[in-house]
Design a protein around this ligand. Structure first.
Ligand SMILES: [Zn+2]
Length: 415
């Protein structure tokens, strides 16, 4: 059964995920560290870490710190050889496929130009490249699954599969069932902006942020609000589709039928239209090449759309109060940099004038460059293994017949 990344229920015990997540976030944790953060007994934690070692998901090492009864304490770390996942990113008539390990390192990658308007051709290319990476092996033979990032939204009758992202023929997403059958691995998919945000929350600059917004610029513009490393989905899984937020009354006509949507100004499609590109949307490499060559027209575009960008940042901050806004997607870092230079200073908002991270860190550039969706896609199957699900937020880990939430409530005197 193909699952949409972050919404599938899993039968794996929550407690293992919670412990794994602490180890991942800290980069290493002792049993005592874990015990301090979850309401589990020392014996339960010992059992869980043993299970995780048996599964090869974590490795232990002695640390040099304080000694307990003559023995230095043991710290647990994620095992880089504990299994890989394969990520696929679909955009700009290009399929990128990468094999990524448990700590987010790309072992192998291939990029191929394919006409994505035809799902059959795209499926054949995906099967070929996934099979190649699957069979290449490497240190780790185990593969957790395949994750696919593609433009959304998926289930919004008025917005899905419209506009310049050329996915009209993909409507039923049956293609992912066929991919799963052909490669013999579980397939997860999600909107590219969500996949990119997942990657940022697991291994990017925002991994220590519990509330952040990820702004994804590709052909269109998307976004994701991450809350405790989970994407806020909304009622139908289509939340934060920020590209269709109207920013100009009577503005440019958008593919959705409205006028003045943000992505008609701020997106690679909008940039390419501004430059009158005959060959469609400019590739990220071409944008970098032109910026490096001192192309003033791209700077002109940045200046012309900076007011809409500034307005969007202000709206995101006032609506959602994120710790930080991370800028990513296929749009190259140099383009985001130019946009930020033209857009600053930011407008006043609930986030301005301070915040935990300070005024200078209201908006930051993704360190993953143009690979965020690809890495994020590969993280979807790993994410299934590593991250507590939404259930954790409502139920908490279970131990001694009492949930952590109940324990916390008891401690706080509210239960
Ligand atoms: Zn629109």
């Amino acid at each position: 059964m193909v699952s949409r990344g972050t919404t599938q229920q899993s039968s794996a015990p929550f407690n293992r995920r919670i412990v794994l997540d602490i180890i991942r976030r800290q980069g290493g944790a002792s049993r005592k560290d874990i015990q301090d953060q979850v309401g589990l007994s020392p014996q339960t934690i010992a059992n869980i870490t043993q299970d995780l070692e048996d599964l090869d998901l974590i490795v232990s090492r002695r640390t040099k710190g304080e000694k307990v009864r003559g023995q230095p304490p043991i710290a647990f770390e994620l095992n880089p050889d504990g299994g890989d996942a394969i990520g696929i990113s679909l955009e700009l008539n290009r399929i990128s496929v990468a094999r990524v390990n448990l700590v987010g390192q790309m072992r192998d990658r291939s990029d191929v130009s394919v006409d994505l308007r035809d799902p059959k051709t795209a499926l054949e290319a995906m099967i070929e490249h996934v099979s190649q990476l699957r069979d290449k092996g490497g240190k780790s033979k185990r593969i957790w699954g395949v994750g696919v990032a593609m433009p959304g939204p998926f289930d919004a009758p008025d917005l899905s599969f419209k506009g310049p992202t050329v996915f009209e023929q993909w409507r039923d997403l049956e293609i992912f069932n066929r991919l799963e059958e052909a490669v013999g691995l579980p397939v997860f998919y999600n909107v590219d902006s969500v996949a990119g945000a997942v990657g940022e929350s697991l291994f990017g600059d925002a991994r220590d942020a519990n509330r952040f917004f990820y702004l994804y610029m590709g052909v269109g513009l998307g976004g994701a609000l991450m809350i405790d490393r989970l994407a806020y989905q909304g009622a139908n899984g289509n939340a934060t589709e920020i590209g269709h937020m109207p920013v100009k009354l009577g503005g440019r006509l958008c593919s959705c039928g409205n006028n003045g949507c943000l992505e008609t100004y701020l997106s690679l499609h909008a940039l390419s239209e501004f430059l009158n590109e005959a060959d469609g949307v400019l590739t990220p490499d071409e944008i970098v090449r032109r910026l490096d060559a001192g192309d003033t027209r791209i700077q002109d575009w940045c200046q012309s759309v900076a007011p809409y960008f500034r307005q969007a940042v202000c709206t995101i901050e006032n609506m959602l109060d994120p710790e930080v806004i991370v800028l990513g997607g296929p749009a190259p870092r140099q383009l985001w940099e130019a946009l930020v230079n033209h857009a600053r200073p930011w407008l006043h908002s609930v986030r301005s004038g301070g915040g935990e991270r300070g005024e200078d860190n209201r908006v930051v550039l993704s360190a993953q460059g143009g690979s965020s969706a690809l890495l994020g896609a590969a993280f979807l199957p790993i994410y299934e293994k590593l991250t507590p699900r939404i259930d954790f937020l409502t139920q908490g880990p279970v131990d001694d017949g009492e949930t952590a939430r109940q324990k916390r409530q008891k401690r706080l005197g509210i239960a």
